[in-house]
Design a binder for this molecule. Structure first.
Ligand code: KMT
Ligand code: NI
Length: 180
């Protein structure tokens, strides 16, 4: 995974939009975002490692999401548009990439800048409840990823607005990053 500040220039969301300014794992940690790389090995040891992380964080359920134009047909564009809307969740968002690449953009609260995380196979990314973020494929246009859930597998997103600014999970998130 490589993380950098988004360049804020016009153009296809799937282009790199690389400002050239790197962002370290430490900076990501300071806004509550965790990254780990667990390489996919032929013997399947990665499965145990990923399962151990899920257990540690108290996940009960998981599924696999596949995103491609071929696989999704008419549902492809609306899905990508929904994911690229700036949003938050009341649960952690945890993703482990099995195939393809993707951009997870996370908002750095102090500067309001986007940090773009370019993730690839074997990257595990954890975004805390309440963080503003968005998602897109890159020009490879294809992704398969594991998602973990504390309750039943469902995706509930709240688009950023006045209501999310007052959401208790958002306020809790802001408190959690204050003292770092
Ligand atoms: C989200 O909430 O941003 C997503 O679930 C992105 C797609 S999962 C690879
Ligand atoms: Ni999300």
């Amino acid at each position: 995974m490589r993380a950098y500040y988004f360049d804020n220039l016009e153009g296809d969301q799937r282009l790199p939009h690389d400002s050239g300014v790197e962002v370290s794992d430490d900076i990501l940690r300071s806004i509550g975002v965790l990254h780990r790389h667990i390489p996919i090995d032929a013997e399947g040891k990665y499965e145990q490692e990923v399962a151990a992380v899920a257990k540690e964080r108290d996940y009960k359920d998981q599924d696999i999401i596949s995103i491609s134009k071929e696989g999704l047909g008419d549902a492809y564009e609306p899905m990508l548009n929904a994911f690229y809307n700036e949003h938050m969740h009341e649960e952690e968002e945890i993703r482990y990439l099995l195939e393809g690449c993707a951009f997870f953009d996370v908002r750095e609260h102090s500067s309001e800048r986007w940090i773009r995380c370019h993730t690839g196979v074997g990257d595990l990314l954890v975004m805390p409840p309440g963080i503003y973020h968005r998602f897109t494929l890159d020009m490879g246009n294809q992704l398969k990823a594991m998602r973990f859930f504390k309750n039943e597998p469902k995706w509930v997103a709240y688009n950023r607005g006045q209501e999310t600014d007052a959401n208790p999970y958002r306020l809790e998130y802001l408190k959690s990053i204050e003292v770092q």
